[in-house]
Design a protein around this ligand. Structure first.
Ligand SMILES: Nc1ncnc2c1ncn2[C@@H]1O[C@H](COP(=O)(O)OP(=O)(O)OP(=O)(O)O)[C@@H](O)[C@H]1O
Ligand SMILES: [Mg+2]
Length: 231
């Protein structure tokens, strides 16, 4: 059965969709069987982004017109089915706390929390960390979780504070961070992702993203690339 990776965080614009799309394409390019469920039914950023590039990812999205309990039912059904036939199911969630996001966390093996280390954003972070801890208490310690510092700059001073806050909830912060750079911001508009860029200027940002993924997926990457092995 496949691993469920929920990308979450109750603050808008922290990089959830950017991370979800890059992660899904990275795993797809490695030959794994990958699905993405776009649970941000208002924006559908990940679905739109993936609609602009070549890939083998199964993309599903939740219905804007449904009531919340119907969307939760739909999410559960989709994830249950998709994880049978895929190595990874990535869930991109909305930028606010919700019962739908809680449902995603309860199904997840690994929760990824991109975080933009600015003063106001840290106030929101505790609610995200609490939601993860509630799921862990409900669900035998699952999901594992990582905080990921995204859109960092040399001048950031709150990174250390974030790491300490995460630690106080038992949630580690990835050692690798992602800088605020155009390569990540512009890739969607160019119909691609940063992990597929090979020009000289983008290469180090591509490598930074790849190194981050290797770090956070260390315990999750099956040895065999199953799609390649199964044709
Ligand atoms: N490391 C980065 N460097 C530069 N720009 C970035 C980076 N990460 C994300 N962005 C940009 O920041 C904006 C918000 O990113 P994204 O849409 O991924 O966030 P989100 O958490 O999914 O937002 P929402 O809560 O609205 O769903 C986008 O314009 C994206 O291109
Ligand atoms: Mg988003």
């Amino acid at each position: 059965m496949g691993q469920v990776l929920a990308v979450t965080g109750s603050k808008g614009g922290s990089g959830k969709s950017t991370l979800s799309v890059h992660l899904a394409v990275y795993l797809d390019d490695l030959g794994y069987r990958v699905a993405l469920v776009d649970a941000d039914y208002n924006q559908l950023t990940s679905s739109k982004w993936l609609g602009r590039l070549e890939h083998h990812i199964s993309v599903e999205s939740l219905e804007h017109s449904h009531k919340e309990h119907q969307r939760i039912r739909d999410l559960r059904k989709k994830v249950r089915e998709l994880r049978e036939a895929h190595d990874f199911v990535v869930i991109d969630t909305k930028g606010e706390a919700s019962t739908l996001t809680d449902a995603a966390l309860l199904m997840a093996d690994l929760a990824l929390i991109p975080f933009q280390p600015s003063g106001p954003d840290i106030w929101e972070l505790e609610s995200t960390l609490s939601a993860v801890v509630v799921s862990q208490e409900e669900n035998d310690g699952k999901p594992d979780a990582f905080l990921i510092l995204n859109q960092t700059s040399e001048k950031d001073s709150v990174g250390r504070e974030v790491r300490q806050l995460g630690k106080s909830y038992g949630i580690p912060t990835a050692r690798r961070t992602l800088k605020r750079v155009n390569a990540y911001r512009d890739a969607g508009g160019l119909g691609t992702v940063a992990t597929r860029l090979s020009d000289k200027r983008s290469r180090r940002h591509r490598d930074a993203m790849t190194a981050l993924f290797r770090e956070i997926l260390k315990d999750y990457l099956p040895r065999q690339t199953r799609r390649a092995a199964n044709g």
